[in-house]
Structure formats: C-alpha cells, structure tokens
Design a protein around this ligand. Structure first.
Ligand code: SAM
Ligand code: SF4
Length: 316
C-alpha cells in the first residue's frame, strides 16, 4: 500500500518485547523498563494476525526486534508462524546476540533469513560499560553461532559514540576483511533521557575520513550507504538517520510490543491495534500507513526525537 506521499510501504518492524537482558546507555535507562501488565501486550496470535493483515496490504519484509527479541519465550514460534504467512518473503531479526548460542539454529530452522547483531566495541571492559551488564565473550559466541548456523546474511550494527568507540572505527571495519559480514555504523539518535549528550554525536562522515580507502558499492535497497575495504569479504555500511535522513525513501512502519503502530520512528503518532479483530485491524493499519509523516523533522540535541518512547520500546 502507498502512503499519501506515494511511498510504497512494504516493510514492517515488530518489537516483540520491551524487555532486555542488557541496558545499553543510548537505548534505555539503567533501571530497565517498568514491566507492563501482561494484558497490555500483544499476544502471539495478535502479532500473527497483524502480520497477516500487513501482508494483505502489501508488506513483504518483516524484522523482529525488541527490546531483546530472544528473551521472549515463544520467539521461535513467532518467527516460524510469521515466516509462513502468505506474502511474507523475508523474516529478519535484530538481536544483541547474547542468547544466539542456543537460539541461532532454531531461528534459522524456523525461517529467519538474516540476522543483525549489535556490537559497539571490541573491548570487553567497554562492552560491559556501554551495555551496563553485558559480556563481550558471550556476544562474540553469539556472532560465531550465527555465522555457523548458515543464515543468508549476518550483519553487525555499531552505534557511533564520540569519546567511546570513535577510536575503534578501523578495527571494527577491519572485521570485514576476515569475515563475510557487513558492519554498519549507525549515527546515534537522541532518544533516552540521561543518555549521551550532544558532544557524543559523531556524523558518519567521520568513518570516511578515517578510512579513505573505502570503495563505494552499489546500493542494495536498504538504508545503508555501502562501501568495501579493498579485498574485504564483507562491506561497511553507513546508516545516517541524523545527518542524511532517508525519510523520502522510507518504506517502513513499526508495531510495538504493546500493540501500537508507529508510522514514523520519531513521531508521537501511534495507532493502537490491541484487541481488534481482523477487519478493525486492517482499517487502523490502512490509516496508519496512509498518514505516515513526510519526515521526522530536525533531529539533534536541540530537537530530540518526539517518539515518546525509549528505543527498546520501539525496536530501532
Ligand atoms: N536488542 C536488540 C539489539 O540491540 O540489537 C534489538 C533492539 S535494539 C533497540 C535495535 C537497534 O537499535 C540496535 O542496533 C541498537 O544499537 C539501535 N539503537 C538503540 N538505541 C539507539 C540510538 N539512540 N541511536 C541509534 N541506534 C540505536
Ligand atoms: Fe537492549 Fe538492544 Fe537496547 Fe541494547 S540496544 S538495551 S540490547 S534493546
């Protein structure tokens, strides 16, 4: 289905939980989330109904996200049922990787095609700092498990943070020399109160300054601008939602774990589908898609996101 600006909306991101086994400083507060009542959250059947309705409106690609989707007990079942919905061509999942050693193979078997794994640093102490509780060795085991499980594609996501991982741009990008993975640098979006200040924002152009040998690659339909280090097995991607927003080409809508359709990540507009039957859900989804905002507006320290939620409550 197209929105009122003629954009074809074909990609739905579903956050299956707000809960997480980490507490990344740019994403959520230290105290975690105030656990909502079970009845407020979408049940598995409602999520699948939403996928069916979305597919009937032209959604072909799904990304399962969170919070941390792998802490959800029924995650494999959700993925299997979503992948089986007629019209859905691709189910992808974004994870911090910690639980992949036990879940990579079942997810692959359930029909998940591609995995994105978050990795902001190669230093164990810095990993523990940025995630407030994570272990780099566990994340690394998860990445290894993902590569061994035979997914079509494994990508690593790195949020660029001034004064934190700016000095690791080169070693992180150089992972693509040894592994057939894409490593994408993401500009940090001003989301969580008490998170990083404006001084920590680094534009993605910094990556090009530090790695002038990066060679531009053909676009693959995603939001990342793609590059390759000479001779590398994988690519380096730059995702720049702050400095070079991609709203004009945005093909996404989002569904939160508590059943709110968000036509734009940074807008407060939400359309509830919790408790609706198929026909009602279809009508609300049509409205949400049609009314997708033209763009997310200025996004910087003076103009923070209007999302009204932390990133773990949206899904990135
Ligand atoms: N827990 C999973 C993970 O970390 O990959 C999935 C959910 S997480 C919210 C999805 C993505 O959003 C991650 O790649 C994370 O790094 C990114 N993210 C979270 N907060 C962000 C922010 N303020 N700016 C840019 N990216 C952010
Ligand atoms: Fe959890 Fe992902 Fe947010 Fe980190 S970025 S706190 S892993 S939801």
């Amino acid at each position: 289905m197209t929105d009122r600006f003629g954009r074809n909306i074909s990609y739905l991101r579903i956050s299956v939980t707000e809960l997480c086994n980490l507490r990344c400083r740019y994403c959520m507060p230290e105290e975690g989330v105030c656990k909502k009542r079970h009845e407020e959250m979408l049940r598995e059947d409602e999520m699948i109904q939403a996928v069916e309705v979305a597919a009937s409106l032209g959604i072909t690609k799904l990304r399962i996200t969170g919070g941390e989707p792998l802490v959800k007990k029924n995650i494999v079942s959700i993925c299997r049922r979503a992948a089986a919905v007629e019209g859905i061509q691709e189910v992808c999942l974004t994870t911090n990787g910690i639980l992949l050693p036990e879940l990579a193979a079942p997810l692959k078997e359930a029909g998940v095609k591609r995995l994105n794994i978050s990795l902001d640093t190669l230093d164990a102490e810095k990993y523990a700092y940025i995630t407030r509780m994570g272990s780099l060795s566990q994340a690394a085991e998860g990445i290894r498990a993902a590569m061994d499980a035979g997914f079509e594609k494994v990508k690593l996501n790195t949020v660029l943070i001034g004064g934190f991982n700016e000095d690791e741009i080169v070693p992180l990008a150089e992972l693509t020399l040894r592994y057939p993975i894409d490593l994408r640098f993401i500009e940090m979006m001003p989301m969580v109160e008490g998170g990083f200040g404006p001084e920590a924002f680094i534009p993605n152009t910094r990556v090009l300054e530090v790695l002038p040998e990066l060679e531009e690659q053909p676009a693959d339909g995603g939001v990342a601008k793609l590059y390759r280090l000479p001779g590398a097995l994988g690519r380096v991607g730059l995702i720049s939602p702050v400095n070079a927003h991609f709203c004009a080409a945005c093909n996404r809508i989002r569904l939160t774990a508590d059943g709110k359709l968000k036509p734009c990540l940074h807008s407060a507009a939400e359309y509830s589908i919790k408790g609706l039957n198929r026909e009602e859900m279809r009508s609300v989804m049509e409205q949400a898609i049609y009314n997708k905002p033209a763009w997310h507006g200025e996004l910087n320290a003076q103009n923070p996101s209007h999302a009204g939620r932390n990133m773990n409550q949206i899904g990135g």
